[in-house]
Design a protein around this ligand. Structure first.
Ligand code: PLP
Length: 412
């Protein structure tokens, strides 16, 4: 469910024509829908028991204005760096709804999070347990720790975004869970009172979530049997969304029903870390056609967005629905759709179906709200792509396009 729809043949974000944003802000530009973000946040949150922490995965879409909106919907944050922690705090997210994930947190990052009194550190190695213990002692602040255990579950997703198999770099191996909890209990300054799983991203069936939740529930029981006071169970993120027509990932309500059935009776506070399912369908990347080009056997459309603005196709072979901003008459044919960056991987698709594309035509990449703007770079000295937030009949620029002087200033 999202709010990017055609009205009289013109694609709108809520009540604002995308053509107007392109005209006033320029392209390429990310456009988000506030109504869609609010709806996704409330649908997810309401699917779970009231004491559940819904910690939005900030890495999916980290603009401060978006985080503020999600904070006002009652969401917390899952952060993976001190920079994301700062964003979450500035956006008004409550420290007791913030968890800190990541496989390589630095000492100063741990310190900042301790001082902020966040809810939980998701720790993935013995080495980090030892560092966290030292910093907690220095600060005189006890750290609530959840160990991220790798359940060795195949998430059945793209290989580039699977994280829960035994040789992925993430998590602590299942067989070493008990000894690592014991180490955490023995180290000063740590309170190992949570358990954390995260098996991957863009997961489109319930099976992997159910298997992971079953493993988590049995581990909670085992740990309690060994004397650990486990109070929180963090089941991570990963719920998939429809990128193409016909994709039918589980709805948040079905996901919630499946996992809460398994965790019922455990008497733990649940934590989830959804990213994509909140932000993905709430954004599009708006671009315009620079030119068309006919090679020997192939027709190309070159747009002004490139892999530096939206890297998912080049990085994982992901595809995005392509929507003409003004619907056109005529039979569509297949074009390779590419950006201007000097890399052959700067290609969005080989088979964009377009009717008579012309320079200046506007196109929108659908489902670009998550892992879009956040992964943008200035490769080829292209300015970092701006972001716009539409709310009803109006919009605001929530990150403006830098000028060339601003881009070069750090090098002077
Ligand atoms: C990326 C990530 C998430 C969010 O994943 P989505 O697929 O966007 O829901 C949650 N938790 C951790 C630890 C992550 O690395």
């Amino acid at each position: 469910m999202h709010h990017f729809q055609y009205q009289n043949g013109a694609l709108h974000a809520e009540e604002v024509p995308l053509a107007r944003i392109a005209e006033e802000v320029g392209t390429p530009v990310y456009v988000y829908s506030a109504a869609t973000l609010r709806r996704h946040a409330s649908v997810f949150r309401e699917a779970f028991p009231a004491d559940t922490v819904t910690a939005f995965s900030v890495k999916a879409l980290s603009n401060l204005h978006v985080l503020k909106l999600l904070a006002s919907e009652g969401l917390g944050a899952d952060v993976v760096s001190v920079g994301e922690l700062e964003r979450a705090l500035r956006a008004g997210m409550k420290p007791d709804q913030i968890v800190f994930s990541g496989v390589g947190k630095r000492r100063e990052e741990l310190r900042a999070a301790l001082r902020a009194r966040i809810l939980q550190f998701n720790v993935e190695s013995e080495a980090e347990l030892r560092t966290l213990s030292e910093v907690a002692e220095e600060e005189g602040i006890e750290a609530s720790v959840a160990l991220r255990i790798n359940p060795d579950v195949d998430a059945l997703t793209l290989p580039g975004i699977s994280t829960g198999k035994k040789d992925d770099k993430f998590g602590i191996p299942w067989e070493r869970a008990l000894e690592t909890y014991t180490l955490a209990r023995d180290l000063p300054g740590l309170k190992p009172d949570g358990l954390d799983f995260h098996i991957g991203s863009q997961i489109t069936s319930l099976g992997p979530f159910e298997r992971a939740a079953e493993r988590a529930a049995s581990l909670v029981r085992e740990l309690r049997g060994a004397g650990f006071d486990i109070r929180r169970l963090d089941l991570g993120g990963g719920l998939g969304i429809p990128y193409a027509d016909g994709d039918q990932p589980p709805l948040p309500s079905a996901y919630a029903e499946a996992v809460t059935k398994i965790t019922a009776g455990l008497d733990v506070q649940l934590i989830f870390e959804p990213g994509r399912v909140i932000a993905g369908n709430a954004g599009v990347l708006l671009t315009s056609v620079v030119l068309t080009k006919h090679q020997t056997t192939k027709n190309f459309v070159v747009v002004d967005a490139a892999m530096n603005d939206l890297i998912r196709p080049a990085l994982y072979g992901a595809t995005h629905r392509l929507l003409p901003v003004a619907q056109k008459e005529g039979d569509p044919s297949a074009y390779a759709l590419v950006g201007p960056v000097c890399e052959s991987t700067d290609k969005f698709t080989d088979a964009a179906m377009l009717a008579d594309p012309q320079a200046g035509d506007l196109l929108a990449f659908g489902t670009a709200g998550a892992y879009g703007a956040v992964q943008a770079s200035q490769y080829n000295t292209r300015p970092l792509v701006p972001e716009v937030l539409v709310d009803g009949g109006s919009y605001k620029v929530i990150r403006r396009r830098p000028t060339l002087d601003e881009m070069l200033a750090l090098e002077e």
